[in-house]
Write a protein that binds this ligand. Sequence first.
Ligand code: NAP
Length: 348
Amino acid sequence: MHQSLPSLSIIYINVHNHCTKQANQLKKYKKKMAVIPKLKLGGMEKAMPVIGMGTASFPMADLETTKAAVLEAIKAGYRHFDTAFAYGSETALGEAVAEALRLGLIDSRSDLFITTKLWASFTDPSQIVPACKMSLQNLKVEYVDMYLIHWPVRLTEMVRKTPVPVEIVKPLDIKGAWKGMEECVNLGLTKAIGVSNFSIKTLDHLLSTAKIPPTLNQVEMNPYWQQKKLREFCKERGVHVTAYSPLGANNTKWGDDRILGNEVLADIAKAMGKTTAQVALRWVYEQGVSIASKSFNKERMTQNLQIFDWCLSDQDLENISQLPQAKGVTLASILGPHPLVLEIDADL
Ligand code: NAP
């Protein structure tokens, strides 16, 4: 049977209908998108959205799952993404950004704030610029907004699995590593640099040698690990704090349900018609700290953005401040219980 070709006008109507549908869908997303407050951090032109979508998943999600989650997050209003070489999520994030641009969900790369991190195997000063370039290649972007030293430790080898042998775990050359980070700024590979998992002692050491001061310190923080001393120190020294695992990293190897299963938080949530997760995130936000939280679930990632138009009462804050404190994330759970690793954990 011979099939006739559609006429030009039919093709035009189909393309037109498709475009109109796409434009209407875009309008719908944009209308429903949450408005996220932004923070102007020292020396940075672009403001950072106070909540970023984390991309560390357990077990590690495949590329398509992570990419789809990032696209959903962009539709929900997330404009800040937190990745790391070690999470294996840079490539998926890069593909999602390219797809978001293609679909018109964002107008340009500069609409996004992208954070990535230098893994411990590349902290020798000579490896830092190449490691940053490798992350940019994975992400398919020309620059990141924030580049962080992931942990204050050096591994003398690239590792594919953890825990790692004790002989490859060495102290970080803070001065040398920071020079490498500063070089990344000077070369335009990143707009700003910072650290992660730095204790008061390590940060103090870094501040005494840095030409470009670290913009922020990303650490575990939630109602069960409130980081009061570290936050005070950071405030005094002009270093912003970002909280990771604000929900206690439930259902991951490095977390548990002590936040989402906590009765004090659940009671506050019930009284306010919120969820326990929202109460935990709101508490972090009210401490003047920015947030990296992860959800690859459409409903939960949207729910996690609905924390900006209500507040906790003084009594709620008092009750939360009384919660017993215990650190959840440890480097020993990743690298193994080696003496230097245990020292880093004890300081944090
Ligand atoms: P998190 O954000 O505290 O918790 C993530 C877990 O909570 C996931 O299992 C997620 O599951 C679940 N969840 C999210 N929203 C929820 C809600 N509304 N209700 C119930 N469950 C919810 O933990 P995290 O992933 O450890 O931390 C966030 C990000 O911080 C990471 O992804 C990573 O980017 C960064 N991070 C950095 C470091 C560092 O060393 N710098 C360490 C850890 C994490 P679903 O996805 O199924 O919703």
